[in-house]
Design a protein around this ligand. Structure first.
Ligand code: C2E
Ligand code: CA
Ligand code: CA
Length: 644
């Protein structure tokens, strides 16, 4: 606002300066006209006075010649002719106010007087009388007349000189004013111009920064969704014009929400910035990297014309992203799912490519990460995440979530010692959906709290029912990390237990290892309260997350659940067996119960027994079953898991 004000003042100043210049120019030119008139007038007056002077001298000379020739006829005629010759000039002076009126009257009086004397001399001479002393009288009259005329002439000459000097002075002043004004106007103009140029530069800079803001993500500095649309359109146009294929990669971080919920938003931001840097480093100059929002990123790769190249690039990027990230003293593993769509094979415009890359990415997510190229078969029905999300919300409301139970047995006695509640979604069109199709989606959208509440409610009702049937079976429920950041969560659990009349020792909460590591004070307090209430805490997927041994000592759970990936391969892979053995030893040393999940074979079950593992869960024992089937299983087939 300051700049326009200065510019306005400068413009006003320039205008005033120009007006002053115009006035001085007008004054100067009218002064010149006045001066010329005055000089011309004074010159004419001086001419007239000179004329009078010449005339009276001529008259005096004619008189003198007349007197010396004693009035010859010729001289007389000459004298008579000469007399009165100054009258014309005197008349002019009178008519034009050439000189002061009194002076004129004095000259005219003297002149007429002189003429009269000369005429008297002539008439006396004609009558033959020579008047002695008349010529002296003439001389006496002539001398002051001549002097007077000369004096007045001089005065006029002097006045003219003074006048011209005054005119010069005034011209100098005017010139000074003009020079000063020109200087000021030039200075004001310069100020005005520099302010306007500065203002324009600032306006250009502001426009550029507004454009940058509109097309960039402030956190990571990467382009945003608007930028991606713009770049995609440009790439498609180029593709059409020059037959240049390219690929679009859609990247979604896995379990980002967990980091955000457990380590806090600041850590979440740090992680996103680090991911952005890694993506930038992994890309070439021609590639476009944007953050679409949340934990979603997109890449346009002009150098990857089709799936093989794009998938290879995606794998490279993924390897880069999987390097642990240090966040506030903790090493955090991240993973991502990448969907690929290539132009023109998977879409002919930006919108179609984006939609197909999204379908591919979500397919990758269902397969627990990795890179997936788009294939029309992936579309099967409506897999758009948004549709699924809104369907899930409605489905939860309509009670479409059902809970299956997978039993656990005591490894040494092989008797059922518990069950894990595993949710499924009875989708009205697509049938029974496993948790992998909708849990990541629920975690991304916040619907997970509704899922947790629904599963908890059904599981507690089931415990109560089994207790009534004489099976006092502890049930484990999976709890998302974010619940541990909710101070009200222990009270919610206590209320649910009370409502169903279930003793807390029959409920186990399974929390993934990564969630516990991020205990920080909040999660730690929530876990401590749950323990105080008598609820059991189990660390799920143990071995896949960040090393949390220190935390295990500070805030011990009741059990560790060895991740199924190690247990399933335990018999073929000695490395996996070593891990299982280490976890069992660790748990026993810390006096925690240890559960192996993913037990698919008898040999695995037997090995677990040798290692000293307490409990086992897996397809070899039973697949997850609807409640009624597990009731039957409990009643009749518990002892069927006999040693082969
Ligand atoms: P999880 O907690 O690790 O659950 C165990 C998964 O391993 C279950 O898959 C189970 O069916 C499977 N499994 C059990 N034994 C075997 C075996 O011998 N071999 C193989 N290959 N798999 C076995 P499911 O039911 O598909 O659940 C997948 C994941 O979904 C769960 O992994 C859990 O993380 C999540 N989930 C399931 N129910 C819930 C829930 O109610 N709430 C939340 N937050 N997550 C849930
Ligand atoms: Ca579990
Ligand atoms: Ca597990």
């Amino acid at each position: 606002m300051e700049a326009p004000a200065t510019a306005r003042s400068a413009i006003a100043g320039t205008a005033v300066g120009i007006v002053i210049l115009a006035i001085s120019a007008t004054m100067a030119s009218s002064g010149t006209v006045d001066t010329t008139d005055e000089v011309r007038r004074v010159q004419t007056v001086t001419q007239k006075l000179n004329g009078i002077s010449v005339q009276i001298n001529a008259e005096d000379a004619a008189l003198r010649q007349y007197l010396t020739t004693k009035g010859t006829e010729y001289r007389r005629a000459h004298l008579a002719e000469t007399l009165g010759g100054a009258r014309a000039n005197l008349d002019w002076l009178e008519e034009n106010n050439g000189i002061d009126r009194a002076e004129l009257d004095a000259i005219r009086g003297s002149y007429e007087n002189y003429n009269r004397i000369v005429l008297d001399i002539m008439s006396h001479a004609e009558s033959g009388v020579v008047v002695q002393g008349y010529d002296d009288l003439a001389s006496m009259t002539f001398a002051p007349l001549r002097d007077n005329v000369l004096r007045i002439g001089d005065i006029h000459q002097r006045e003219l000189t003074e006048y011209l000097q005054e005119v010069n002075r005034r011209a100098d002043v005017l010139q000074g004013i003009a020079v000063a004004t020109v200087g000021i106007v030039v200075a004001l103009f310069a100020v005005c111009a520099s302010v306007l140029v500065g203002y324009q530069r600032r306006a250009e800079r502001q426009a550029a920064s507004r454009l940058h803001e509109a097309t960039h993500d402030p956190l990571t500095g990467l382009g945003n969704r608007a930028k991606l649309h713009h770049e995609l359109d440009a790439a498609v146009r180029l593709g059409q014009a020059a037959d240049e294929p390219f690929s679009l990669l859609l990247i979604d971080l896995d379990r980002f929400k967990e980091v955000n919920d457990t380590l806090g938003h600041h850590a979440g931001d740090e992680l996103l910035v680090e991911v952005a840097q890694r993506l930038n480093q992994a890309c070439r100059a021609d590639d476009v990297v944007v953050r679409l929002g949340g934990d979603e990123f997109a890449l346009i790769l002009p150098t990857a014309p089709d799936h093989p190249e794009a998938v290879a690039a995606g794998e490279r990027i993924l390897a880069d992203l999987r390097r642990p990230i240090r966040l506030g003293g903790l090493l955090v593993d991240i993973d991502a799912s990448i969907g690929v769509a290539s132009y023109p094979r998977d879409g002919h415009d930006g919108a179609e490519l984006l939609q197909h890359a999204d379908v591919a990415m979500y397919a990758a997510k269902r397969r627990h990460g990795g890179v997936t190229g788009y294939d029309p078969s992936l579309d099967g029905g409506d897999t758009s995440r948004l549709t699924l999300q809104s369907e899930l919300r409605q489905g939860i409301g309509r009670g479409e979530l059902v809970v299956f139970y997978q039993p656990k047995v005591d490894v040494s006695t092989r008797l059922p010692c518990g069950a894990e509640a595993l949710v499924r979604w009875q989708h009205p069109v697509r049938g029974l959906l496993g948790p992998d199709t909708f849990i990541p989606l629920a975690e991304d959208s916040g619907l997970i709290d509704l899922v947790t509440a629904a599963v908890l409610d059904q599981a507690l009702a089931q415990i109560s029912e089994w207790t009534g049937l004489g099976h006092e079976l502890p049930v484990s429920v999976n709890i998302p990390a974010r619940s541990l950041t909710d101070d009200a969560f222990p009270a919610v659990i206590a209320e649910a237990l009370a409502r169903h009349g279930v003793p807390p020792r029959l409920l186990t909460l399974e929390i993934t290892e990564s969630a516990v590591i991020a205990d920080l004070s909040r999660a730690g307090k929530v876990l401590a309260r749950l323990r105080e209430q008598g609820v059991n805490i189990s660390i799920d997927d143990f071995g896949t997350g960040y090393s949390s041994i220190a935390h295990l000592r500070d805030m011990p759970p009741h059990e560790l659940k060895i991740d199924r990936s190690f247990v399933m391969r335990m018999c073929e892979n000695t490395r996996d067996e070593t891990i299982v053995r280490a976890v069992v030893d660790l748990a026993r040393n810390l006096r925690l119960r240890v559960v192996a999940e993913g037990v698919e074979t008898e040999s695995a079950l037997r090995t677990l027994g040798e290692l000293g593992c307490h409990e086992a869960q897996g397809y070899h024992i039973s697949r997850p079953l609807p409640a009624a089937e597990l009731t039957a299983w409990l009643a009749g087939s518990a002892m069927a898991i006999t040693r082969a």
